[in-house]
Design a protein around this ligand. Structure first.
Ligand SMILES: Nc1ncnc2c1ncn2[C@@H]1O[C@H](COP(=O)(O)OP(=O)(O)OP(=O)(O)O)[C@@H](O)[C@H]1O
Length: 461
């Protein structure tokens, strides 16, 4: 084939063919260069590829590496007009083994690169969503053993969810057994610190003399009996995580100033130590006492109180969230039935007692009562006399002869009257309105009114 024929083939190639000599001077480039650089071939010929690369016609440059390594390489280059090229550069060696020229063929892979990038983005996004979804599912699953049905509990958990991520100190208030410790763990799990430790210090359970060494740790030989290697304090163990100070009202007065310093400066000194250490912890605190009243009485430092109480969440007592009682009873009877391999259930009457009881010990008491009943009641059905101690209104003596037994032959009229009286009194005591009694017993309001007047000493409300 003659030179013209060869030239035609090279020009017809859709891929770019770019040739430089051993000095890096461009000796040939075909028409494809117009698409790749927006320039004619004549504008390249005779120019130094080093200079062209230095002016940013393409990046990265391949010539220096080929001249050095004398080996074929492929790489992605970007041209000054943003075209992405897949370049394969092949050295042509002379008889001495030196590079006499470099032949490069380049294919436009801009679209391909774009697609690859999009695919990478999609894959990364999918990965991110997957981890986020897993995190979320994990967090959501964590509340499956915690019953939140009432509006008041929902509100408290909504606030907790919102403030979990802001890293501020939170004070959780509520009577004993309402779920304050659980809420603290929930806040930790919903926070950015969820993968780091959650450390609880129960301020009521540590003797005052040991408090400081428990919280701050001690250095070797800090006091008689101290371990030789020293000991890290709970605050150090909580590094990057959350320190939960339960029953904070019980913290010894003398230590309140030290705790304040930790909270304000995030610094502490170990017992027997000289240097202050810094820590990165989030502080959550809880108490079932009226902390503000203790501040007013001078028993709790007000500056510490305000530091701890950046955000306050109160968990209402169970008696103020009636809607949670039945779901909690169902949850715990199920839990303890599984634990003890039983099939116990509450009769309607005993459920009524559980629902109207005030639960001063809150959920902890409810859980204990149900566990005890599941263990001690021999029958599957748990009847009202088993829970009568929880009812101030319920008269145990009524239990056995409450309704005439079917085996007894008593005048029907008397038996019916007795049942009617019992039902009306129960309904009236619980519902305190003739309208509600009528609705519950499915009778007219006027009949309910009449029956309440007849049977109930305190009349109609
Ligand atoms: N809503 C709930 N659903 C299920 N279990 C609950 C609920 N609230 C509390 N509990 C359970 O009741 C018990 C007491 O809860 P927790 O220890 O969190 O209460 P607390 O307010 O911190 O009590 P204290 O003030 O005595 O330390 C725990 O076993 C907890 O799992």
């Amino acid at each position: 084939m003659d030179k013209d024929g060869l030239q035609k083939i090279l020009e017809a190639s859709f891929d770019e063919i770019f040739v430089v000599d051993s000095e890096g001077v461009v000796i040939y480039v075909n028409k494809a260069c117009e698409r790749h650089y927006g320039l004619k071939a004549s504008e390249f010929i005779g120019k130094s590829s080093y200079e062209l690369a230095a002016k940013g016609f393409w990046f990265p440059s391949v010539t220096p590496q080929i001249l050095r390594d004398k080996k074929r390489i492929s790489l992605i280059q970007e041209t000054l007009i943003g075209v992405k090229l897949l370049v394969t550069a092949t050295p042509v060696l002379d008889e001495k083994g030196d590079v006499s020229m470099i032949v490069m063929n380049a294919r436009d892979v801009t679209e391909l690169e774009k697609l690859k990038k999009e695919l990478d983005n999609i894959t990364n996004l999918a990965k991110r969503y997957k981890t986020e979804a897993e995190e979320f599912r994990k967090k959501e699953l964590d509340t499956s053993d915690f019953i939140i049905c009432s509006q008041k509990m929902n509100d408290a958990f909504e606030v907790a969810k919102r403030v979990a991520t802001v890293d501020s100190n939170i004070l959780i208030l509520g009577e004993s057994g309402t779920g304050k410790s659980y809420l603290a763990k929930y806040i930790h799990k919903m926070s950015k610190r969820c993968k780091c430790p959650f450390v609880t210090l129960n301020c009521a359970s540590i003797p005052e003399q040991l408090f400081e060494s428990e919280l701050f740790g001690y250095t070797s030989g800090a006091f008689t009996g101290a371990s030789k290697s020293g000991k890290p304090g709970l605050i150090e163990l909580a590094e990057t995580g959350t320190l939960f100070l339960d029953e904070i009202a019980e913290i010894p007065v003398g230590l309140q100033a030290k705790l304040l310093e930790v909270i304000e400066e995030r610094r502490f000194i170990k017992v027997g130590g000289k240097e202050a250490k810094t820590v990165d912890v989030r502080i959550l605190a809880a108490t079932n006492r009226d902390l503000k009243a203790l501040v007013d009485k001078g028993l709790f430092r007000d500056d510490l109180y305000y530091r701890l109480n950046v955000i306050e969440i109160t968990i209402p007592p169970l008696r103020e969230r009636q809607d949670d009682i039945l779901p909690l009873v169902n949850y715990y009877i199920d839990k303890y039935n599984k634990k003890y391999g039983c099939k116990k259930y509450f009769s309607r009457g005993s459920l009524d007692i559980l629902l109207s009881y005030s639960w001063p010990g809150n959920v902890r008491e409810l859980s204990h009562v149900i566990e005890r009943l599941v263990v001690i009641v021999p029958d599957d059905v748990i009847k009202p006399h088993r829970v009568s101690h929880l009812s101030s209104e319920y008269d145990v003596s009524l239990e056995h002869d409450r309704f005439p037994s079917c085996a007894q032959l008593v005048p029907l009229e008397d038996a019916l009257k007795k049942v009617e009286k019992e039902i009306v009194i129960t309904a009236h005591n619980r519902l305190r309105s003739s309208y509600k009694v009528a609705e519950a017993l499915e009778i007219s309001q006027s009949k309910a009114y009449r029956l309440i007047r007849k049977h109930c000493e305190d009349g109609v409300k």
